[in-house]
Design a protein around this ligand. Structure first.
Ligand SMILES: Cc1cc2nc3c(=O)[nH]c(=O)nc-3n(C[C@H](O)[C@H](O)[C@H](O)COP(=O)(O)OP(=O)(O)OC[C@H]3O[C@@H](n4cnc5c(N)ncnc54)[C@H](O)[C@@H]3O)c2cc1C
Length: 383
């Protein structure tokens, strides 16, 4: 359990080996890893539940590599992580549907032949779809359709799984606690937290900033240099699909097209579209206000479902019968260097002057495995 110590100001301050900010998939995973190594850990999140932000409001695809023909490294890592993630989180996986990847005849950045060669190189299984399935697509717009092996995760089951693990490892978890300030003291990094109007402070040897789209807001709270990040306000429509689509997911490759696939935690499908899902993009810049999801000054959430479904139905006419039930809104954050190749490497960035402050961000849920080498280095430094 964290001890209490008294600072020069004579205020009680708790201590821990590590403070993890953000209880999404990354923060929960890191907190468990640290406890496994015997470290005392406090995990905080400003939301009242675990995994409510990007770890919930996403497409729920367990990537197997297909999505990344322009970044072979990401495709290979996805393929490797896919098997491990499916095995480790078996109870959270929906593999009851068939995923298809179709190649558009026009404006696609890959041809069917290139896509086949790429999947072969990555080791991702791919077979031509049956004639009956291919006939569901407009042949004038669709060059080829392939059956692929890809699944979806149930974000609510994943949250329950992580809740169980945090309890198992006795991670001191504090929800509805927002980090508001960070300073370096002789004892370590001192974080100020706000919870229902009450302020508290924690001094930790290491602070892990796992706040995804909010990484730079946390860094700004410590007056630390920002990390170059690109953000998009995204909308994925949650839809009821016609009966023949219930057990089907489709991604039209590779460019300004659509994806539709099961979203198991709501028993609906997500419909996203490369052109209509992003409602605006921006970069964090020093000296400029840092935007957030609920900022009405920047974001007016007016659904583009009608545009998404109209375009998707040109390729697969039966999709015109989808009905919108809701939309998931979230800020998607990517590294600017991957804007063009769509790569999703893990970000593990230690502050140059405060190396005990580590910012971690993965572009996919299953990237959690990619931070193992850096975590091992950090732990080895102390032993
Ligand atoms: C539209 C979209 C589609 C996506 N599709 C997929 C997909 O199909 N498959 C896939 O694998 N990945 C997908 N991703 C990426 C995936 O969602 C992220 O890689 C992953 O969820 C990041 O997890 P995280 O724990 O870093 O972030 P989050 O889950 O966002 O967790 C960050 C936490 O930090 C907390 N926080 C922020 N600021 C503070 C503060 N000051 N104090 C305390 N707590 C704070 C937040 O409340 C939040 O809970 C998608 C993302 C988006 C946005």
């Amino acid at each position: 359990m964290p001890e209490k110590l008294t600072t020069a100001a004579l205020e009680p301050v708790e201590t821990a080996d590590a403070l993890v900010i953000g209880a999404g998939m990354y923060g929960c995973h890191i907190a468990c890893l640290l406890r496994q190594q015997g470290r005392s850990v406090i995990l905080v999140d400003r939301e009242p539940e675990l995994l409510t932000r990007a770890s919930y409001a996403n497409q729920a695809r367990v990537h197997n590599g297909y999505h990344y023909p322009r970044s072979v490294l990401t495709a290979l890592r996805s393929h490797v992580n896919f098997a491990r993630f499916v095995e480790e989180f078996r109870a959270c996986i929906d593999d009851s549907f068939q995923m298809y990847y179709a190649i558009a005849r026009q404006h696609s950045k890959v041809t069917a032949r290139q896509f086949e060669r790429f999947c072969l190189a990555v080791g991702a299984p791919l077979t031509p779809a049956s004639a009956g399935v291919a006939a569901r697509f407009d042949p004038a717009l669709t060059e080829a359709v392939f059956a692929a092996e890809e699944y979806a995760f149930d974000a609510k089951k994943l949250a329950a799984e992580m809740r169980g693990r945090l309890a198992h490892y006795a991670v001191d978890t504090r929800l509805s606690h927002a980090l508001t300030a960070l300073v370096r003291t002789e004892q370590g990094l001192e974080a100020t937290l706000q919870a229902q109007g009450q302020e508290s402070r924690i001094v930790a040897r290491h602070v892990f900033n796992c706040t995804y789209s909010n990484l730079n807001r946390v860094l700004a709270a410590g007056n630390r240099p920002l990390i170059p990040l690109k953000h998009e306000l995204t909308e994925m429509a949650l839809v009821d699909v016609p009966p023949a689509m219930k057990d089907v997911g489709v991604t039209m490759m590779c460019g300004p097209f659509f994806s539709i696939m099961p979203f198991p935690s709501r028993n609906l499908h997500t419909l996203s579209h490369v052109r209509y899902t992003p409602h605006g993009a921006w970069h964090d810049r020093p000296g400029e206000p840092l935007r957030h999801l609920h900022d009405p000054q920047y974001f007016q959430k007016s659904s583009r479902f009608a545009h998404m479904v109209r375009d998707a139905a040109r390729y697969m006419p039966e999709l015109a019968a989808c009905t919108q039930r809701d939309s998931l809104w979230e800020v998607k954050t990517v590294l600017p260097q991957n804007e063009n190749d769509d790569g999703r490497p893990i970000l593990w960035k230690r502050d140059a002057e405060w190396p005990q402050l580590v910012s971690v961000m993965g572009g996919k849920i299953d990237n959690v495995y990619d931070m193992a080498p850096e975590m091992a280095t950090l732990l080895a430094e102390e032993s």
